[in-house]
Design a protein around this ligand. Structure first.
Ligand SMILES: Nc1nc2c(ncn2[C@@H]2O[C@H](COP(=O)(O)OP(=O)(O)O)[C@@H](O)[C@H]2O)c(=O)[nH]1
Ligand SMILES: [Mg+2]
Length: 191
């Protein structure tokens, strides 16, 4: 969380997950199609094939003085250091898993890396929502199997999505932003 020069509060949300899981598609849908949010421009830094090279970024606001700065980070192995850097001062995480069975191992590795970077803060101090994307695939993996593979703390909210059609996208964003706000309120009370 940070305050800008105008006194507005910014919360940082990051979409994490293996390469091609659908992070950019989710953010793009949120930016282009979801009403009721005030949006800034969507900035994407991609190579000519459309792969995210560094990150995608879009700010969203529901009120005049609270903004959510949403990023997706590049998922390829070679961008590990960038992901680690981006996760500094993060307020909420959306972990995007790919339902394609061929991506089973990639999902596991991405989850493993995130746990390594975030330690015990993950899903506790730093709220997290799981997105199981590509639920339109005929050969999609079983939901329970995917959650077992990821091995995040028990009872982490998991939402089925079809990013290309926008199914579940708004719900996932609402869930993580709600958890961030709730956490902020409760930590203020505790202080
Ligand atoms: N069938 C299907 N394809 C998807 C879905 N979401 C994303 N994709 C496709 O998966 C590929 C990778 O998506 P992208 O958003 O670039 O993944 P990123 O690397 O995580 O940012 C693209 O070809 C998308 O059109 C989905 O829900 N269902
Ligand atoms: Mg991307």
């Amino acid at each position: 969380m940070r305050k800008d020069a105008k006194g507005r509060t910014h919360f940082k949300i990051i979409f994490v997950g293996s390469s091609l899981a659908g992070k950019t598609t989710l953010l793009k849908y949120l930016h282009d199609q979801v009403d009721g949010l005030v949006k800034g421009g969507l900035t994407s830094i991609a190579d000519p094939s459309g792969r995210t090279v560094y990150f995608d970024y879009s700010p969203f606001s529901a009120t005049n003085n609270v903004l959510f700065d949403v990023y997706t980070v590049a998922g390829q192995r070679r961008h590990r250091d960038q992901r680690k850097m981006m996760l500094r001062a993060v307020d909420g995480i959306v972990f995007v898993a790919d339902s394609n069975p061929e991506m089973k191992q990639d999902n596991i590795e991405a989850a493993q890396e995130l746990k390594e970077f975030m330690g015990t803060k993950l899903g506790t101090e730093i709220p997290m929502v799981i997105v199981l994307n590509k639920r339109d695939l005929e050969n999609k993996m079983d939901r329970e199997e995917m959650l077992r593979d990821l091995g995040f703390i028990k009872d982490t909210l998991a939402i089925n999505t079809i990013a290309t059609k926008g199914v579940g996208v708004k719900q996932a964003f609402q869930a993580v932003s709600r958890e961030i706000i709730m956490r902020t309120i409760y930590s203020k009370q505790a202080a």
